[in-house]
Design a protein around this ligand. Structure first.
Ligand code: NAD
Length: 281
């Protein structure tokens, strides 16, 4: 079984991006800029944003974090986004989710210019991805996709099962696999026989949020298994896949932690650089 080392893959990607930023700096005499808006003081969001800022600096991006208190008015946030939309030094804008209840997530996402939407959540980017056009792609499924491609460069005709249909993970993952000519089944909480669906798969991507939902006897021999889940349990952090059981059958799989997680931030940096490059053309 190949243990997919997300930390190593993410470090390699960051190194590549660092070189790319240096080349862009020589060519354009400026570097891509990422601005993150952080509202409130929820601990996980603070940690995510700190990691994003550190990684952005590491590859040479210009990075800025704008912080607002939990009570900030929606109007203030929307006006700031408009200002960043018009700021030529800003290539990518990310508003850290979740937002306080009084702020409309849809409005916030739709105010970000699609060309600066590094999370890939704007309906224009969602539509472009599903139409097979160039777009920003949500960072976590993009990371999963890159890990899968590293193991299996030719995915044409493979059967893929995506477990979970969230806008953040399952749906964009499905689009990426379709683009690679996989036959994709998207499953969810109302799927009748999840085990039977998984047993058909050459590739399983689990993004559910239920600890160790996918068991050893759900996975046929030589399947590639990507575990997006991050679940806090009494035994520490576990994924949506039972690692011990599934690793006996899988051809390759990601651990939790150290699998998909590290790729997510690296892909955010990639998206920022890609937005910059598109804006120069
Ligand atoms: P979500 O709650 O938005 O969606 C979960 C999906 O799972 C839903 O579509 C639901 O229909 C499906 N589901 C629920 N119960 C099911 C069942 N019994 N069988 C099949 N499907 C079922 O979750 P999300 O935002 O997509 O996140 C999923 C997991 O991924 C969470 O553990 C989250 O913490 C983790 N996550 C990890 C990263 C990362 O960087 N590694 C990023 C985002 C989310």
């Amino acid at each position: 079984m190949i243990l997919i080392d997300g930390k190593k893959e993410a470090a390699e990607l960051r190194e590549k991006l660092k070189q790319e930023v240096a080349e862009l700096k020589l060519k354009y005499n400026k570097v891509p800029g990422l601005t993150v808006i952080l509202i409130g003081d929820m601990a996980p969001s603070q940690i995510y944003v700190r990691n994003k800022e550190r990684s952005a600096n590491e590859v040479g991006l210009k990075s800025e974090v704008i912080k607002y208190p939990e009570t900030v008015e929606e109007k203030t946030v929307l006006e700031k986004i408009e200002e960043l939309n018009n700021d030529k030094t800003v290539s990518g804008i990310l508003v850290q989710l979740p937002l306080p209840n009084h702020i409309d997530k849809k409005k916030v996402i739709e105010t970000i210019l699609p060309s600066k939407d590094v999370d890939g959540f704007h309906p224009t980017n969602v539509g472009n991805l599903s139409s097979g056009y160039e777009s920003s792609v949500p960072c976590t499924p993009l990371g999963c996709y890159l890990l899968i491609k590293k193991i299996e460069p030719n995915l044409s005709g493979k059967k893929a099962v995506v477990v979970g249909r969230s806008n953040l993970n399952g749906k964009p993952m499905t689009q990426l696999l379709l683009k690679e000519n996989c036959t994709v089944t998207i499953t969810h909480s109302r799927t009748k026989d999840l085990k039977a669906e998984c047993l058909e798969a050459d590739i399983i991507v689990a993004a559910v949020g239920i600890p160790e939902l996918v068991r050893g006897d759900w996975v046929k021999k030589d399947t590639i298994v990507i575990d997006v889940g991050i679940n806090k349990t009494d035994n520490g952090i576990v994924g949506d896949v039972n690692f011990e059981e599934v690793s006996k059958n899988a051809k390759a799989m990601t651990p939790v932690p150290g699998g998909v997680g590290p790729m997510t931030i690296a892909c955010l940096l990639k998206n920022t650089i890609d937005c910059f490059k598109r804006s120069q053309n």
